[in-house]
Write a protein that binds this ligand. Structure first.
Ligand SMILES: NC(=O)C1=CN([C@@H]2O[C@H](COP(=O)(O)OP(=O)(O)OC[C@H]3O[C@@H](n4cnc5c(N)ncnc54)[C@H](O)[C@@H]3O)[C@@H](O)[C@H]2O)[C@H](O)CC1
Ligand SMILES: [K+]
Length: 482
């Protein structure tokens, strides 16, 4: 499990740890780990000795880390130059160490020549807002040099606590972060700026509280949550998921939601809606029903909404399902037919799976507001609807109304931005609910498998929603084989 903490929590842990350590010890631990990561990258590109390294040095401790790491690379024979953003306000101990190791201070951003590595020590957890113009100009210059970039602690210019990026920010090939992950390293757009993540243990662990502010499931966590049938299982004990989806206008949504549901671990799928012929044609194993969902037979969870439209039938179908005493996942058109009051008073779990536009409608906010503050939006939605919310996007977030960490899905891919992939996700997640997973786990495991299935089908090429559904078994096997 990747766990992330806010800047405030990191600072408190850092302060507590520093009480027990000699002055500057933490920075030395950070710089040592950073130098190792830089050395690994330089060796992959040739060798450390004689390599040309440029440090971008801000006036805080982030710059200090870069300078001490630079001094270690200089001792290993690298040609290290430091570009100081504020020569009058620089980490003196770090600069002295670099110069003592044979490093130099660069005159300016021009005439830097070819570079083998750029180390971004402009800002870390002390950064506020988009990069100031002087720093932004420097970042533009360095980006043009196309040299590989390693970011210190965070790519400078990203918001550590939210993942937001206002204005210019460093785009790194890798980020070496200290003590713990920060939420901004796991959530887009900042996560995209960070590149490959490397966590350096500086001994902060014991000072970090439970629970973390944010967490990201890893293979082993998902493998432990997958519902596996036992010897005594039958299709009913494995759980039956009901799917209310599709309409004259969107018949395919029914087929895609059922496709996802059949691969989510439930023992049977009950389909209710006008798309029965199309569903049966594709999935003869589906149980199909005409008439209201409440007369369709017992289910352990319902999925309602994909391609449902907003007619009278749709409205009554949603109301019918929400009246049931089992977990209900509401997606797509179903979300437009929801009122917070009904959801808040349900005793059984409710899972809402909006994309940013649907989340904005549920919150009465603008879509841009949701996209600019996804973490805040998903938390607000979960609290306001007293539900588990899966906010879809390049990094999908899962929050619940209880005080548990928000989960961020690490397997997302922009290839999932294709029509119908959400229908597959809702069926898959509904199936995990019917198989008995608690709502937060069903939503985060569903998103995890969905992302992995798309990556399986894609390998860098476009995938269709059907490909994603067909890729779920391979993703499931991947997780189990770990
Ligand atoms: N986590 C740990 O236990 C340790 C972290 N270390 C490193 O220290 C930084 C945090 O250092 P701090 O001095 O508090 O702040 P920063 O260096 O991140 O940034 C402050 C610096 O940046 C300037 N600044 C702020 N906002 C902007 C902006 N928008 N544009 C340009 N410049 C900006 C501000 O003026 C300050 O000068 C942490 O990230 C780690 O790298 C320790 O080394 C080890 C322990
Ligand atoms: K940085």
């Amino acid at each position: 499990m990747r766990r992330a903490y806010s800047v405030e929590t990191v600072r408190a842990a850092e302060a507590a740890l520093m009480q027990r350590l000699p002055e500057g010890a933490l920075m030395q631990r950070a710089a040592a780990g950073l130098a190792v990561a830089c050395g690994d990258l330089l060796r992959r590109r040739g060798r450390v000795y004689g390599s040309r390294v440029l440090l971008l040095v801000g006036s805080g401790d982030n710059g200090g880390d870069a300078l001490y790491a630079g001094s270690r690379l200089a001792r290993r024979g690298a040609g290290v130059r430091a570009l100081l953003l504020a020569p009058d306000r620089v980490h003196e101990g770090g600069l002295a160490a670099l110069l003592a190791a044979g490093g130099q201070v660069a005159d300016g951003p021009d005439g830097l020549g070819a570079l083998d590595l750029v180390v971004d020590g402009i800002t870390g957890i002390g950064g506020r807002g988009g990069l100031r113009e002087d720093a932004a100009e420097l970042v533009r210059t360095v980006t043009r040099s196309r040299a590989p970039v390693i970011a210190v602690d965070l790519p400078s210019g990203v918001e550590a606590d939210t993942g937001q990026v206002q204005g210019e920010a460093v785009r790194a090939d890798a980020t070496v972060t200290f003590g713990t992950y920060k939420p901004g390293l796991l959530i887009d757009p900042a996560a995209e700026h960070a590149g490959a993540l490397r966590l350096v243990d500086i001994g902060l662990g014991p000072e970090l509280p439970e629970p973390p502010d944010l967490e990201a499931l890893q293979y082993a966590d998902v493998a432990a949550l997958l519902p596996l049938p036992g010897a005594e299982s039958d299709k009913y004990r494995r759980g039956v998921v009901g799917v209310v989806a599709g309409s004259e206008r969107y018949p395919g949504a029914a087929v895609l939601a059922v496709a996802g549901a059949l691969r989510g671990g439930a023992g049977a799928v009950r389909y209710v809606g006008p798309g029965a012929d199309a569903v049966i044609a594709r999935f003869p194993e589906a149980l199909v029903h005409a008439g209201p969902p409440s007369e369709a037979g017992r289910v352990q969870a319902w999925v309602v909404g994909p391609g449902l439209g907003d007619g009278g039938d749709a409205r009554s179908a949603v109301a019918d399902v929400l009246a049931a005493d089992v977990p209900v996942l509401v997606d797509a058109d179903g979300l437009r037919l929801l009122d917070a009051g009904t959801v808040r008073t349900r005793t059984a779990a409710t899972v809402l799976t909006p994309h940013a536009g649907e989340a904005a409608a549920l919150l009465g906010a603008a879509r841009e507001e949701v996209e600019a503050g996804r973490l805040a939006a998903v938390r607000e939605l979960a609290a306001r609807y007293r539900a588990t919310v899966l906010l879809k996007g390049s990094t999908t977030l899962v929050a619940e109304a209880r005080d548990t960490p928000v989960r961020v899905n690490p397997t997302g891919t922009s290839w999932l931005a294709t029509a119908g992939s959400g229908d597959v996700l809702s069926g898959l997640t509904g199936s995990l609910l019917a198989a008995g997973l608690p709502p937060r786990d069903a939503a985060s495991v569903g998103a995890y498998l969905h992302g992995l299935a798309a990556r399986h089908g894609s390998h860098g090429a476009p995938v269709s929603a059907q490909d994603v559904a067909d890729g779920i078994p391979a993703a499931w096997r991947d997780v189990r084989q770990g």
